[in-house]
Design a protein around this ligand. Structure first.
Ligand code: HEC
Length: 140
């Protein structure tokens, strides 16, 4: 069992340095940041930052136009742990190589990156932790 677990620990070269993937999650908060759910909700709903509602629908009633390309975010905090959500935001392709979801905290191995975004993640460590804090409040 110990061996199996050790084999599952991988280091992803990411924006703020290496991040350890354990199983199907990233247990440690990015750069040790503490997330704020209210800020996370605003980031997720924003058309210039998170853009989550381009693909997802979610419990954000004031946003009229929501996506139907991806699972509803309602209940995400009941389906996933913080570690699992972190990996799915940092690098969805780690879980599903064919995922359409953008990797929000990865800068390597990307194609067609706009000039302004070269070497920069879509969200920084604090913003990722904020979004996770919000998702964890979505228990149903
Ligand atoms: C370009 C479309 C797209 C965008 C933008 C996007 N996602 Fe996703 N997301 C997906 C798809 C498609 C899936 C389904 C699993 C897969 O294919 O990876 C998914 C899966 C997920 C899941 C797991 C699904 C579940 O069962 O709950 C979560 C949580 C999630 N996304 C959160 C977010 C958040 C938060 C944002 C914004 C910061 C975001 N996504 C932006 C397409 C997107």
């Amino acid at each position: 069992m110990k061996l199996l677990l050790a084999a599952a620990v991988l280091a992803l070269p990411l924006a703020g340095g290496a991040v350890s993937v354990v199983g199907d999650g990233i247990p440690a908060a990015l750069e040790g940041k503490t997330g704020d759910a209210a800020r996370g909700r605003a980031i997720a709903a924003s058309r210039s930052q998170g853009l989550c509602l381009l693909c997802h629908s979610g419990p954000v009633p004031e946003e009229r136009f929501q996506g139907n390309l991806a699972p509803d975010l309602a209940g995400a905090g009941a389906r996933w742990s913080a570690a699992q959500l972190r990996l799915r935001l940092v690098n969805p392709q780690h879980v599903n190589p064919d995922s359409l979801m953008p990797p929000y905290y990865r800068t390597d191995g990307l194609v067609r990156v706009g000039n302004n975004w070269q070497g920069r993640p879509l969200l920084d460590a604090q913003q990722i932790e904020d979004v996770i804090a919000w998702l964890l409040t979505l228990k149903q």
